[in-house]
Design a protein around this ligand. Sequence first.
Ligand code: ACO
Ligand code: KIV
Length: 560
Amino acid sequence: MNPASIAKYRPFPPVTLPDRTWPDQVIDHAPIWCSVDLRDGNQALPQPMSIEEKLEFFDLLCRVGFKQIEIGFPSAADTEFNFCRRLIEENRIPEDVTIQILVQTREHLIRRSFDAIAGAKRAIVHIYNSTSPLQRRVTFNHASREQIRDLAIAGAELVKELAPTIPQTEVVLQYSPESFSDTELDFALECCNSVIDIWQPTPENPMIINLPDTVQWTTPNIHADMIEWMGRHLKSRDALIISLHTHNDRGTGTAATELGLMAGADRVEGTLFGNGERTGNLDIVNVALNMNGHGIDTGLDFSDLPSIRAVYERVTRMTVGERHPYAGELVFTAFSGSHQDAIKKGLDLREREIGTTHNLAWAVPYLTIDPQDIGRSYEAIIRINSQSGKGGVAYILDREHGLDLPKTMHPQVGKTIYDLADQRGRELTPDEIRDAFAELFTNVETHLSVKDYELVHSVTEKGRVDCTATIELDGRELSIGGVGNGPINAFVHALASAGLKDVKVTDYRSHAIRGGSDASAAAYVQVQHDDGRILWGCGIDPSIEMAGVKAFVTAWNLLR
Ligand SMILES: CC(=O)SCCNC(=O)CCNC(=O)[C@H](O)C(C)(C)COP(=O)(O)OP(=O)(O)OC[C@H]1O[C@@H](n2cnc3c(N)ncnc32)[C@H](O)[C@@H]1OP(=O)(O)O
Ligand SMILES: CC(C)C(=O)C(=O)O
């Protein structure tokens, strides 16, 4: 910001609450969730959802597990009204789901809202009026506190009067002092208590007091102080459900909600992926998955987050950003070498420990949750660019192509592959990595190749192998033979007998290729040249013995 502009802003006053208790609280259970996607989310869309789109979204929210869903502002427009009617008349509201509708504390709007909800089994009528000094002065043209409090009282009285006119519908009252976030606490309390006096809630029939962070003007700790303060001072606390409705103007919607829950709130309103006015509403997916990540069951099922996101993006025409918590394309991806190394080690260790430890706790560096638990695959966890490391390259070859390279081969392969990414100036796909590995490290025949090869395992002498082979060396064909205690050893001796001995085998391993279409084996042979150089080659062949020989030949060629 231009320094000259900063002078026009003011600090936000803190709450005097020296004996605050919320910092010591731990979130150990889920709140009541209420989705406001179809109202606060929808009202903020450049192109609001059609009725059919709202119906599809409503069904999605029910499948996710929301039991309270604010379905719109039925008195605002025909689409909103008709959507509410269709839900009720077409019996689309599951038994255990309660719809909620929003309306200003204005008589004609409240009457129209009752026409909309008539016939529903249960409905939350959510009335609101703005209470902050700013809104009293600006929106309500210098209205006094009394005038604003009287709006709340009139609204509550009208809901109380109309509720018995739709006896087949159980009406629950919710009141929001809108702009609570910058309302004087004593005045927000006065408005809420006035409504409580009228509605007379009981622990058996509670009402909802929603304390919206309509616009975030300050830090989440002050929000938490405000919630704790209200919880201490509201009348009939045991007959109230205190609800949070945070927006995200300062980018702290999630933090404000979490601290608000620690401060005693019982209920949370928000939307999927944080759609909503300006920077959006609270992202419920974020808070719920944060809780799951601490071992708390939330009643919301985000186990197939990609398909939820797909419906969301289609019907709202919004997009979920690549870095968006949990749902973004890149949030379970590591490009950088040290992260890849730690993730690969963490996943490998987990695979080994899972067989021996009951209910093994999730503990993989850089991954707060197991991506598979929300329908994300492991495939995209590690991606290779010039910042990547050997662990990441090994991970791709292993998980994507079934090639489990020996650890001491990782530096040789890793460097070549991420140098390639650097030369190309872009990320390499898993297939490009496999192709580069195949071309540069597998079955390499640049000087020496095996044309024909036969092995005889001795029946009289245990462990003795006789090898005869036809090789081609720089265009020259040679027949060679040798004896050893295994196929590679025999082949090395055969080469030696032809005067081609300047290396020794220092390490070897092999495995069947996981998930491959053909039943091939991969072998890795490490050789040391007489001049001290050490490197690995890989051989792939349907025969495990031949794979070993090819791996040796590859290493031999790579040393030339
Ligand atoms: C923070 C939030 O998200 S709150 C929810 C906001 N959502 C929406 O507004 C979406 C739906 N709303 C609408 O479609 C329209 O606002 C309607 C149909 C409800 C009302 O439309 P209109 O009355 O034509 O216009 P509008 O909303 O601009 O009305 C503003 C008037 O209502 C008054 N008003 C606003 N809230 C209240 C209230 N709770 N009680 C009484 N009056 C109110 C304003 O002071 C203003 O009065 P003025 O005309 O005397 O200056
Ligand atoms: C109506 C209220 C709850 C609201 O949407 C807000 O304050 O943001």
